[in-house]
Design a protein around this ligand. Sequence first.
Ligand SMILES: Nc1ncnc2c1ncn2[C@@H]1O[C@H](COP(=O)(O)OP(=O)(O)O)[C@@H](O)[C@H]1O
Ligand SMILES: [Mg+2]
Length: 225
Amino acid sequence: MIRINGLNKSFSTINGPLHVLRDINLQVGVGQRVAVVGSSGAGKTTLMHLMGGLDHPTSGEVLFEDKSLFALKGAALDAFRNSTIGFVFQFNQLLPEFTALENVMMPLLIAGQSRKDARLPAAEILAEVGLEERFEHKPGALSGGEQQRVAIARALIQKPRLLLADEPTGNLDRRTSADIFALLDRMHSHYNLTMVIVTHNDLLAARMDRVLKIEDGQLAADDLN
Ligand SMILES: Nc1ncnc2c1ncn2[C@@H]1O[C@H](COP(=O)(O)OP(=O)(O)O)[C@@H](O)[C@H]1O
Ligand SMILES: [Mg+2]
């Protein structure tokens, strides 16, 4: 599904270029579940953004089903991302002015569905993450863990082919984390969802098919679980 060839990313800083990712090569097959681990600052978030077409590499390519992600531009890239890739950001990036339900409906509204049609699937997936009592809450009135669950529901509402999640259980207690893992398992078995998940949670990493370790911007290991 995804092929990454010779990917490099550097940022220009006042101290000169900062090489964050160096020569990353990676293939992720359809339905594969991949954990990405590595210390803070190793380049995990940068890699996720490149895989989701949210940022451009300095060199190298990201192919999604043999098509370069960066050949798509502007509205075409936005539409592709909206329908194909679910993204859970490290800091959930919910829209503060909208309720939990509206945040989850948003990808459907952006894709042109009516509020009436978007409401039921959003309510169903919010119930799946245990938030049936929080539909009308705005993000500021939700706990950190509840906000993460809303973000996960929003990422899954379009039944994406690929889920990219950046520390999705970072703020969650064990019990809620277990609920999220169970939801991801269901999405995987029902839809053969491919997932790449950055995590510090050893339990979650151990449930994935592969664990990739990033060290100093390079893939250090690819252990089959
Ligand atoms: N936009 C940017 N400009 C400059 N440096 C950046 C930028 N984004 C990230 N970095 C640097 O790149 C490195 C990797 O960041 P990141 O991918 O967020 O790490 P991780 O998610 O593994 O903690 C860090 O040293 C960070 O400071
Ligand atoms: Mg990060």
